[in-house]
Design a protein around this ligand. Structure first.
Ligand SMILES: C[S@@+](CC[C@H](N)C(=O)[O-])C[C@H]1O[C@@H](n2cnc3c(N)ncnc32)[C@H](O)[C@@H]1O
Length: 218
């Protein structure tokens, strides 16, 4: 029942919600106004998984919720994920169910493919210490430059993108403390260009870059 904390072979996304609620006490009628901007995380889930007809099985998403007394992390795994629709409200309802589950330090399943536990960003990074961490930030190394250099070196296509972990902030970005953790963990800082985009739009671009093997994180 309990997933391994990190599974090589998946494309992983982490989105940190600094104000996101850790309780189910929010209204599906007003998600942005009552949940600490859980709507941002819902859109990130849609961008990560939803295809025109179906969902990506090889994607795993971690939502780090820091807007409560005790931090919680929700994990969604494409291989077993059920009931995910493209609309924000359905995703918010799935997260609401997960937040109603009594959470402990180990993963507990809520609905199929959705797991919850207590713990925040530092705990998650500790689990993912063997992964290739890619921190998305506007002023990072340009993804096109990285691709061009890989092509020049003849390494394009040599590395599967499967075990990469892409890390994104919410509307407030990431804190200095979180950035320090990322640096310690050896994360590469990568940019999709200087224009600040929404996190879910970044995820759409990252899925495309990896699908088309334009970007093969090493
Ligand atoms: C809405 S942006 C955050 C905006 C801004 N950094 C801030 O501090 O408020 C949400 C997240 O998307 C990612 N992001 C946005 N634009 C990006 C870009 N051009 N390149 C790489 N990552 C980007 C970053 O991870 C960022 O934390």
């Amino acid at each position: 029942m309990y997933p391994r904390p990190f599974n090589n072979g998946m494309r992983n996304f982490i989105v940190v919600g600094h104000k996101a609620t850790t309780t189910p006490n929010f209204s599906l009628e007003d998600i942005p106004g009552t949940s600490g901007r859980l709507d941002i995380l819902c859109r990130a889930v849609t961008a990560s998984f939803v295809l025109s007809h179906g969902i990506r099985k090889d994607v795993c998403v971690y939502l780090v919720l820091l807007g409560g007394e005790t931090a919680k992390t929700i994990q969604l795994r494409g291989e077993t994920l059920r009931h995910l629709n493209p609309d924000e409200r359905t995703t918010a309802a799935l997260l609401k169910k997960a937040l109603a589950v009594p959470a402990a330090a180990g993963w507990t399943m809520s609905t199929s493919g959705i797991f919850v536990r207590t713990g925040g960003f530092a705990e998650l990074l500790a689990d993912l210490k063997d992964a290739r961490l890619i921190y998305l930030r506007e002023d990072g190394a340009d993804v096109r430059q990285i691709s061009a250099e890989a092509e020049k070196a003849g390494t394009t296509g040599a590395t599967p993108s499967g075990s990469a972990v892409f890390i994104l902030g919410d509307h407030t970005g990431m804190t200095a403390e979180e950035e320090a953790l990322l640096e310690q963990a050896g994360a590469k800082v990568v940019s999709l260009g200087p224009t600040s985009l929404h996190a879910d739009h970044c995820i759409v671009l990252l899925n495309w870059l990896c699908d088309t093997k334009v970007f093969m994180p090493e």
